[in-house]
Design a binder for this molecule. Structure first.
Ligand SMILES: Cc1ncc(COP(=O)(O)OP(=O)(O)O)c(N)n1
Ligand code: TZP
Ligand code: MG
Length: 214
């Protein structure tokens, strides 16, 4: 499968985002049809060291069972250590050139963009996909930039050619279809799944929305 297809419903999550056990939430989301997962262990009380590595390995094994690629946020060393399928880095993280030098050849490397210029540069630098946003207001990332809106997303789509594109930030069931219409190949969400009462149905409903415009 090509990375573009894996972007359809991309769950990002760490233990801080979950009301319930993160492994339970992840398994529910996998059963509900998420197509890609990013382990993002951040914020107050986030696991570090051996505890973080243990959770990463458990999550990777769960993802393997569902044939869903497992990516790590920011932490390139951890991604290599646990044998992840890839890494996601932002504008303030390790540069893609350096990531490529020390990761396995077939590693998926995703790069964040908060505007057109960053998106074009990430595409030229060889990102496997671009995570563009925030598209809408989000309460999940405290240092998020100003939302780019659907217009900003559509402009990025126009200017990055064929590079796979996933939208992020404030995406929920009610706006997911619009995001796909604006040109994203998929949606990435944190709270819409990990903060929901039922991660399985939340994933199913989001997936359904991404298919409405096909
Ligand atoms: C798919 C995807 N897109 C964007 C981001 C944000 O990355 P970054 O700007 O580095 O912020 P943090 O997530 O590290 O706080 C992402 N993680 N995933
Ligand atoms: C990690 C990240 N990067 C840009 S917005 C965001 C948070 C997305 O979380 P939510 O889906 O809950 O708005
Ligand atoms: Mg980052």
């Amino acid at each position: 499968m090509h990375i573009r297809q894996f972007l359809q419903v991309y769950l990002i999550m760490g233990s801080n985002n979950c009301i319930e056990n993160p492994l339970y939430v992840l398994e529910q989301a996998l059963a509900g049809g998420i197509t890609l997962f990013q382990f993002r262990e951040k914020g107050r009380g986030a696991k570090t060291g051996a505890d973080k590595q243990k959770l990463a390995l458990q999550m990777k094994e769960l993802c393997r069972r569902y044939h869903v690629p497992f990516l790590v946020n920011d932490d390139v060393d951890l991604a290599i250590e646990v044998g992840a399928d890839g890494i996601h880095v932002g504008q303030e993280d390790e540069p893609i050139e350096s990531v490529r030098r020390r990761c396995p050849k077939n590693f998926i490397v995703g790069v964040s963009a908060t505007n057109v210029q960053e998106a074009v540069e990430a595409g030229s630098a060889g990102a496997d996909y671009i995570g563009a946003g925030p598209v809408f207001v989000t309460a999940t990332k405290h240092d998020a930039k100003t939302p780019i809106g659907l217009e900003g997303l559509a402009e990025i789509r126009r200017l990055i050619g064929n590079t796979p594109l996933v939208a992020i930030g404030g995406i929920q069931e009610k706006n997911a279809a619009e995001v796909i219409k604006a040109g994203a190949d998929g949606i990435s969400v944190i709270s819409a799944i990990s903060g929901s009462e039922n991660a399985l149905t939340a994933a199913q409903q989001l997936k359904h929305q991404t298919m409405l415009t096909e």
